[in-house]
Ligand binder design. Structure first.
Ligand code: ADP
Length: 700
């Protein structure tokens, strides 16, 4: 895996993990806290419900108990007054009638009865069956056991009414303090038990009642009625233990008889009963669970978004870091690439100054020319790259002879190929059109770059092959396929993927060993793309490289091609009698133009800035035929001078051709020149042929 990719993944896994842990912690902490709040709230709702339940039941039963205590008192008073059983029975009958008619006195009242001096007295006039023996009844036994306090029976099903009943009973004593019998009262507590059974917490759960023997009197599960809590199943014994310890059961978690995770509340009321509410835990905590899920979803979503943003930002940063590194690397290389020929130019010039022999001076000049051309190549690459970066690289198409272009390329590269004694073969398909329409200079630039690279990265005596063929016909043209082969050092797969990026070289050591800016292939790819073609590479380290590219070209006119090629004709004396103004502030540049144009016999008047050019033009009264105008000059620049000349109203002021001659070569610069009123533009460093063509166009 690529080192950068590994680094990228490494850093990101760390960050994403951090985000994940941070969010997980956040979700867990919120879940924990909110869960606590919710369960506390549930607990207090539960407690409140228990309080209400306890108060209601107690209120109901204690009211009945008080009334019963009154009855006991009255019966005991009658006993102490030694009244007869007959009198007591009468009293019980009247009381029974009263309670039956006044429901508010004892809610659920059924009947009052007694067993006094071995006689059963029933206030409701119920006649017991033959075998009825009161002392064996639970109410009698319970009251005897409780001595002088009220016995409250377990709830039981009344055979007549089908309701749930309890019995209050208590012993009564005579004037001598001797037990005289038992008085009892039956009460239907169905209302109370229904009330208990209906209890819920937050609309869920069910109420239960345990009697003082710890047996279920009320339970949703009928099978558990009458069953001791200890053998009810599940984890009821946990609750039993807490109740036996005399503590309150408040929101205690346990498994109920069906093994359902549940929460229980229990209270022991005045008569020793234990009332309770049981809620399934899942419902009890439903809000907490829902909140947990919502929190997890929100947290997870936010985490994903944050991780995505982090990865994107990191990727952008790494890309820009890499670009910066590539660029600073590039600057180092560029400084080397420019200083080396510059060093040669300055050094050899110094040598040339000190020698007298013409031949040696000539040799020096040839070397200086070569170094200067190399420097120009580097500068052109940088300029091309700047154009590409701002999207300003454009093609300018002409008709030309394809083979002529190949010959020109071969003559340029042959020098270096010969130097390394490399075998160079060219194979051009016969069916390639004779004349084609394309940007000749740019097409030649790509092919030259590929062959120069092949030459550079192939050892001495190696082989280099140029193959050109017509891939297929296209509308108004054809697709050319051009291949450059070599058996040089080759390029690894990983490096191949990066080669067409600007500032990239196969590896850092390349620049040290072979030099180069690392821009050539990026520029070539851009040019090829503009020609609707594609470029790719087949290479194996140590075995060689094959660059293949396609380019869509038009079918050109042979006549036009020949005509434009034959323009490099003889210019000697061609511009005799013509006068031009050369506005140029740098003396050496003036000297160069003057000596290059000397053979044409054109008459040149020099101006050192725009203002001087304007003055010369004013004073000339139309005698000049053309002006070469530098742009950046002191006092008055070329644009202003041109505008002033055009606006001067002098004869010839509007028509005289003004040609910009400048190192500002971008399209905007050219457009700016035309806007200022100039006719055309030639770039520096000057190409003498271009200058001559321009002069021919405007002077003849
Ligand atoms: P440079 O000016 O550095 O040659 P290029 O963009 O033309 O710039 O090439 C980029 C890099 O591609 C080179 O530095 C070299 O590492 C590699 N390269 C290009 N052509 C070849 C080739 N024929 N054989 C081996 N390596 C090559």
């Amino acid at each position: 895996m690529n080192k950068r990719v590994r680094k990228f993944i490494g850093i990101n896994i760390g960050q994403v993990l951090f985000v994940f842990i941070a969010f997980l912690t956040m979700v867990l902490v919120s879940y924990f806290y909110v869960g606590n709040i919710v369960s506390q709230q549930m607990r207090s709702i539960g407690e409140e419900t228990m309080n209400t339940m306890q108060a209601t039941i107690t209120g109901n039963l204690v009211g009945s108990e008080l009334m019963f205590a009154n009855v006991i008192q009255s019966v005991e008073a009658m006993l102490k007054e030694n009244q007869s059983n007959e009198d007591i029975w009468d009293y019980l009958i009247s009381i029974n009638t009263y309670f039956s008619e006044n429901h508010s006195a004892i809610s659920g009242f059924l009947s009052v009865y007694a067993y006094i001096r071995d006689e059963f007295l029933d206030g409701s006039l119920w006649i017991p069956p033959e075998n009825y023996y009161a002392p064996s009844r639970p109410w009698h036994i319970g009251a005897v056991k409780n001595e002088d306090s009220i016995y409250i029976s377990e709830p039981y099903l009344d055979a007549d009414t089908g309701g749930i009943c309890i019995t209050f009973s208590q012993q009564v004593f005579d004037a001598f303090g001797q037990p005289a019998g038992i008085v009892a009262i039956d009460i239907d507590i169905t209302k109370v038990t229904d009330f208990i059974a209906d209890q819920t917490i937050a609309n869920d759960g069910y109420g239960v009642l345990l009697n003082d023997q710890m047996r279920f009197s009320i339970h949703r599960d009928i099978d558990l009625i009458g069953i001791h809590i200890n053998v009810a199943g599940g984890e009821y014994s946990i609750l039993e233990q807490i109740i036996l310890d005399g503590k309150e059961v408040s929101a205690v978690r346990f498994l109920n008889a069906d093994d359902v995770d549940s929460i229980a509340f229990f209270r022991t009321i005045f008569n020793g009963w234990h009332i309770g509410i049981i809620v399934p835990r899942s419902n009890y905590y439903e809000q907490v669970y829902t909140m947990g899920i919502v929190l997890s979803i929100i947290g997870g979503g936010l985490m994903l978004i944050l991780a995505y943003i982090l990865i994107r930002t990191r990727a952008q940063k790494m890309r820009s870091d890499e670009k910066n590194m590539d660029k600073s690397d590039f600057l180092t290389r560029m400084s080397h690439e420019m200083r080396t020929p510059m060093n040669a130019i300055i050094g050899i010039t110094e040598i040339a100054k000190n020698v007298n022999e013409l031949e040696k001076i000539h040799n020096c000049l040839i070397k200086i020319e070569s170094a200067a051309n190399h420097l120009l190549g580097v500068i052109n690459d940088v300029l091309d790259m700047s154009k590409i970066e701002v999207g300003k690289l454009e093609l300018s198409e002409t008709d030309f002879l394809f083979n002529d272009m190949l010959e020109q390329i071969i003559s340029v590269v042959a020098v270096n190929i010969d130097k390394k004694k490399q075998q160079f073969t060219v194979h051009a398909d016969q069916n390639i059109p004779h004349a084609i329409t394309a940007d000749k200079q740019r097409l030649a630039q790509v092919i030259t770059n590929l062959i120069s690279n092949a030459n550079k990265f192939t050892p001495e005596n190696g082989n280099i092959k140029l193959m050109v063929c017509k891939e297929n016909e296209a509308e108004n043209g054809c697709l050319l396929r051009i291949e450059v082969w070599d058996n040089g050092i080759g390029i690894s797969k990983e490096q191949q993927s990066r080669l067409f990026q600007p500032f990239e070289q196969a590896d850092g050591s390349t620049s040290r060993k072979y030099g180069g800016t690392g821009l050539g292939l990026a520029i070539s790819k851009k040019i090829i793309n503009l020609m609707n073609g594609d470029i790719w590479i087949e290479s194996e380290l140590g075995k060689g490289t094959r660059f293949i590219f396609t380019a869509l070209v038009g079918i050109g006119s042979t006549e036009k091609a020949i005509a434009s090629d034959s323009q490099d004709d003889d210019y000697d004396g061609l511009f005799k009698g013509k006068r031009i103004i050369l506005a140029e502030d740098v003396e050496i540049n003036r000297e160069i133009v003057m000596s290059l144009l000397e053979p044409t016999l054109v008459e040149i008047n020099c101006a050192e800035n725009g203002a001087e050019a304007l003055r010369i033009f004013r004073e000339s009264f139309g005698k000049f035929d053309m002006i070469f105008m530098d742009l950046q000059m002191p006092e008055m620049d070329g644009h202003e001078a041109t505008r002033k000349i055009r606006a001067s109203g002098l004869p010839n002021a509007k028509e005289i051709p003004i040609i910009a001659m400048t190192a500002n070569v971008f399209r905007e610069d050219v457009e700016q020149c035309i806007k200022s009123g100039m006719n055309a533009h030639v770039g520096k460093p000057l190409n003498i042929n271009e200058v001559l063509k321009m002069m021919k166009k405007y002077l003849i």
